[in-house]
Design a protein around this ligand. Structure first.
Ligand code: DC
Length: 224
């Protein structure tokens, strides 16, 4: 069976990361979380006390950035400039800032090379917002994963709580997610958008295993 490339895109909290990780494990493919790249840039920017308007600082951060992934016991560790930043990049603040910096064209351009290198590999599950449209337009399988906004907000709250963080109220989380959806889908460069040849999968009423199973089934069909 030949190895294929799988693009999984969708809005915040649609389950992309958990589902993609499970699909990659099942197929023994490499898992690439592209949102982590924007999160690292956002985290480094806030750590230096900068704002998205601070172009020289952003360019300096991007000029010598190195980002690696290290899978350890099911946890995808993100290593930025040799430092494990996994614990710092999933806060609500970094999520919003990542969405804002990801709308800046030179930021997206600077992160293209890293992503295109992964896109050359066979046997990859890459997830993000523009994977099926920009990063891997020739992927053999493209999934656009969606779910109701309240469910997505609840999932994010649980995820934050599981990491010992106090999550915002459900209403606040719904507003944050809506704002991020709006920013991500209305930006000029590579907005969140379903590719014409992507399969739309609504997982509002499916659990993680059911969602991953249906994607693995499509993958088997496409790799015959
Ligand atoms: O998937 P995530 O929540 O970790 O992504 C964080 C932000 O990064 C998201 O709000 C938009 C941006 N992003 C992007 O613009 N393009 C991608 N391929 C992945 C993420």
């Amino acid at each position: 069976m030949k190895k294929i490339r799988i693009a999984i895109d969708g809005p915040a909290g649609s389950g992309k990361s958990s589902v993609s990780k499970m699909v990659a494990t099942e197929l023994d493919y490499r898992y690439v979380d592209t949102g982590a790249l924007y999160r690292v840039v956002a985290f480094l920017l806030s750590e230096k006390g900068g704002t998205p308007q601070d172009e020289p600082l952003l360019r300096e951060i991007l000029s010598d950035i190195s980002i690696d992934y290290k899978m350890e016991e099911g946890v995808n560790h993100i290593i930025a400039n040799g430092r494990d930043v996994t614990a710092f990049i999933r806060t609500n603040e970094v999520s919003m800032l990542a969405s804002t910096v990801s709308a800046i064209p030179f930021v997206r351009f600077a992160l293209l090379g890293i992503q295109r290198a992964f896109a050359m590999e066979e046997g990859v599950v890459m997830e993000g917002r523009d994977i099926g449209t920009v990063i891997m337009p020739s992927a053999e399988l493209k999934i656009f994963l969606i779910a109701d906004v309240e469910l997505r907000a609840e999932r994010r709250r649980k995820e934050l709580a599981s990491r010992g963080k106090t999550p915002p109220s459900l209403a606040e989380m719904v507003e944050d997610i809506k704002q991020r959806d709006h920013q991500d889908s209305t930006r000029k460069v590579a907005p969140l958008k379903q590719a014409d040849d992507a399969i739309l999968l609504n997982n509002s009423h499916l659990n993680l295993v059911q969602t991953a199973k249906s994607i693995v089934k499509y993958a088997h069909e496409r790799s015959e």
